[in-house]
Design a protein around this ligand. Sequence first.
Ligand code: FAD
Ligand code: GLY
Length: 372
Amino acid sequence: MNSKTSAIIVGGGIIGSAIAADLIRAGIRCTLVEKGALLQEASAAAAGMLGAQVEIHRPGAFYELCRYSQQLYRKWTEELEELSGVSPQYIDQGIVRIAWNEEDENELRSRLPWIQDAQWLEANEFRELEPALSSHIRGGLHFPMDHQVQPVQLAHTLQAALRKLGCDIREWTPVFSLIERGGRVVGIRTSEGDLYADHVILCAGAWSSALTEPLGLKLPMFPVKGQCISIRPPAPLIRKTVFTKGCYIVPKKDGTMIVGATQEEAGFDKRCLVSAVGALHAKAAALLPALEQAELVSTWAGLRPGTRDELPFIGNSSKAPGLLFATGHYRNGILLAPGTGKLMTQLVLGQSPDRDLAPFAPDRVLAGVDAG
Ligand code: FAD
Ligand code: GLY
């Protein structure tokens, strides 16, 4: 039955690609349609933190979703690496979140009752763990289960795996609109003609709302620009990712470090500004003074798919029958890829999903275009 079932995935970022890989392995025929090249937008701009503990500020359904995906991650990457022969450079050294003052300490300690895997460390314990850290830090939380990958490498891994799996990949093929028949979404109109399938899945990241509007549906999503720099310290400085308010430093296997990131609602502008590069470097050097002497390797910006309540849209909608949503993963799409792939596959197969998707239902905000 499954091999006759088909799906079209609109958007070849990490979310669309992860869903395609899972669907194909479940026996569903998949067409992945991307307006540019695969995995070049937000998914290639990310730092690669799998930060289910460090990046989530409150308990609840979203934290549980992040943990669910985090628990799938290592096996997911191992399977993709085996298929593709390309390593996503998984690093399991943990992440630390630094407090500079009493206010930071109180905020971080207030997370301890609900965070699963975290430990408060005093400044001297931190400096034993990571001796290059500034002597001005107050302390912080250590999250040993928060790992990381190299997103550009993971993009190569996923792309090669999808080709191995026989995914029908259509790059440089913009989707102009969704096709509705009898009140159901049944296909897509592209630059190369119309395509039809049993399931149409919207994974167009920050561009997603442009495709629901012609259906008369306003999906409140917007791009949140993040500027990043890659730098190379004179010698290896840290093993763990270091995170603090407004800055993170993610050490990679090739000796570089990603320092991120700004958070700007600036439309679809992806330019990098010297001022942002300077500010990121200053924040990073405050954490790791030896970075004063770092070499600047590169700069870039990406557009996070933002939503007002900072929750993704995962699942179907009573207002757009036939259309599945997997978009709005905002700051955590790299982390959430395997979880989203698995949940969407369960929905397509008509199985009950591992997680309650009600908190992520598009219907919580989806309104008619005239609703203002
Ligand atoms: P995208 O990667 O943007 O993919 C959407 C795709 O849809 C694009 O390729 C686009 O071209 C395509 N598309 C759009 N419209 C159409 C159309 N009409 N027709 C065809 N194709 C279309 N997340 C983490 O988990 N950990 C991190 O450390 C992390 N760091 C980040 C740092 C920065 C600076 C940024 C910007 C993001 C970071 N993120 C991180 C967030 C993460 O990158 C995103 O949540 C994730 O990449 C979203 O994936 P996506 O597939 O939904 O979007
Ligand atoms: N998750 C890190 C970022 O979005 O910048």
